[in-house]
Design a protein around this ligand. Structure first.
Ligand code: ATP
Length: 139
């Protein structure tokens, strides 16, 4: 394991790299078994991520990234997140996310009326993505 006090962070999606930090103090992610903070020299880990914000801390600063599912792998002080989609706080289009939220809420009620479980599942995930983006943008 590289002996260092900082970690290298990369967030990639099918569209390419969304975020990189070469000297962060800590990354905090939401995994399916709870919140996880990783600092330098943490043991290697791989975990599935929720649709939630990821926080990167360095000095007295912090970056927030909306990460919409995927996984994190950490070893040798390198954290790699492979996400279905992810947006930096400053790249989030809030109006688009508000529209997506309203659309998802409408689709959820339609799916409930029709007892369409697959459509309900899809709309609930879309709603979580929209709420995640809105929350991160408004921090
Ligand atoms: P929409 O219905 O608005 O397209 P979505 O949740 O279906 O939202 P995704 O399929 O998750 O969108 O993402 C498609 C692409 O658009 C990804 O590259 C994602 O990062 C980007 N994206 C989606 N919503 C936003 C947003 N509100 N602001 C910035 N980028 C977004």
């Amino acid at each position: 394991m590289a002996d260092s006090s900082v970690i290298n962070i990369s967030i990639v999606t099918p569209d390419g790299q969304v975020y990189e930090h070469r000297a962060a103090d800590m990354i905090v992610v939401s995994t399916q078994s709870g919140q996880l903070g990783i600092m330098a020299n943490h043991v290697p880990i791989i975990a599935t991520l929720d649709v939630d914000e990821t926080r990167v801390k360095y000095g007295d600063q912090e970056d927030e990234i909306a990460v919409n599912g995927g996984f994190i792998e950490f070893s040798n002080n390198i954290a790699t997140i492979v996400a279905d989609s992810a947006e930096n706080q400053s790249d989030i289009d809030v109006a688009r996310a508000e529209n997506a939220k309203e659309r998802a809420q409408r689709l959820i009620s339609e799916a409930r009326q029709k007892h369409d479980q697959a459509a309900l599942d899809r709309a609930q995930v879309a709603l979580r993505r929209a709420i995640n983006r809105i929350n991160v943008a408004k921090k």
